[in-house]
Design a protein around this ligand. Structure first.
Ligand SMILES: NC(=O)c1ccc[n+]([C@@H]2O[C@H](COP(=O)([O-])OP(=O)(O)OC[C@H]3O[C@@H](n4cnc5c(N)ncnc54)[C@H](OP(=O)(O)O)[C@@H]3O)[C@@H](O)[C@H]2O)c1
Length: 272
């Protein structure tokens, strides 16, 4: 269980802040059980002041202190960070990485003492507790480890479990997806402005329509096609709009966007 553990966040950036804020907000851990390390002392001061957690400028000190180690630095510096903490990471510690495109095998190679490694892919709406995180592991995890890893991310959104191979597809969909949706919201708002709405009103109408429709899909558990059919009455306005979307190949374009981003993720992963 997470509540009995000490969590060290290596790298005190945006992702660590989202997770720390989530853990404290959910009451999963008291601040005394969380420590963050970073090379930026100003950042550490800010995060200590905001959340009351312990901080250190030494990654190894944080890793030695913790039962659960969250790797939250950029992938480019992770090799160096893993070499630094390797002497204090034994098999009793659970290692959870959020580093995009950084394979479990590489963590294992650089942390030979670590037996339990989880790789995750959160997305940016985690910052407002509306994210989704995909979690993968290869072997060596027990049910308690899985629950503990889930408990880190559940306060900042939803969690799904996938195979490590599927993380490129996850990156193409939920990792890059917020950007696709921002473009859609902007375009819908542009349409509203074209039809005479004030920009601010059009943007709110567009954003809340996307948020509301997404919530309808999640909460009703209905197929999005069934929900769409219900909005489109015969000879009505919605079917006229839908026809334009089909003409513009919106579905094929979105599928291609996920495919292209997933392929790029695979390419970048091969390069590490
Ligand atoms: N933000 C997201 O929504 C998101 C989503 C999915 C995955 N991720 C993954 O999460 C990880 C962190 O992302 P982030 O957005 O939180 O990045 P970030 O805000 O840049 O935070 C990383 C922090 O680590 C510090 N750092 C650099 N080298 C270090 C070292 N050797 N030891 C300790 N700290 C060091 C950085 O300092 P400097 O700024 O001086 O380098 C920075 O303060 C990345 O691997 C990213 O792929 C993030």
């Amino acid at each position: 269980m997470l509540k009995d553990r000490r969590v060290a966040c290596i790298g005190a950036g945006n992702m660590t802040e989202a997770i720390v804020a989530g853990l404290l907000h959910a009451g999963h851990l008291p601040p005394a059980r969380i420590m963050a390390s970073d090379i930026r002392t100003g950042r550490l001061d800010d995060i200590r002041t905001a959340y009351g957690i312990a901080v250190t400028g030494t990654n190894q000190e944080a890793a030695a202190w913790a039962d659960v180690i969250l790797l939250a630095v950029e992938p480019q510096v992770l090799d160096e960070v893993l070499r630094e903490i390797a002497p204090v990471v034994g098999g009793a510690k659970l290692v959870v990485s959020v580093a995009a495109g950084y394979p479990i095998a590489r963590v294992r190679r650089l942390l030979p003492g670590a037996g339990r490694i989880v790789r995750t892919m959160p997305n940016t709406p985690s910052a407002i507790r509306e994210g989704i995180t995909a979690m993968a592991w290869v072997e060596g995890l027990n049910d308690d480890d899985v629950r503990t890893a889930r408990a880190l991310f559940e306060p900042i959104g939803k969690v799904v479990e996938v195979s490590e191979r599927a993380l490129d597809a996850v990156t193409g969909l939920s990792g890059s997806g917020p950007a696709y949706v921002y473009v859609m919201i902007e375009a819908l708002a542009d349409g509203g402005v074209k039809m005479g709405l004030p920009r601010e009103t059009a943007q709110l109408l567009a954003a809340q329509t996307v948020a509301g429709a997404a919530r309808m899909v999640i909460e009703s558990r209905e197929h999005p096609g069934a929900l769409k059919d219900r909005v489109a009455s015969p000879g009505g306005t919605t079917i006229a709009g839908l026809h334009e979307l089909e003409r513009g190949r919106l579905r094929a374009t979105l599928m291609s966007a996920v495919e292209a981003a997933a392929a790029r993720s695979t390419e970048l992963g091969l390069a590490t």
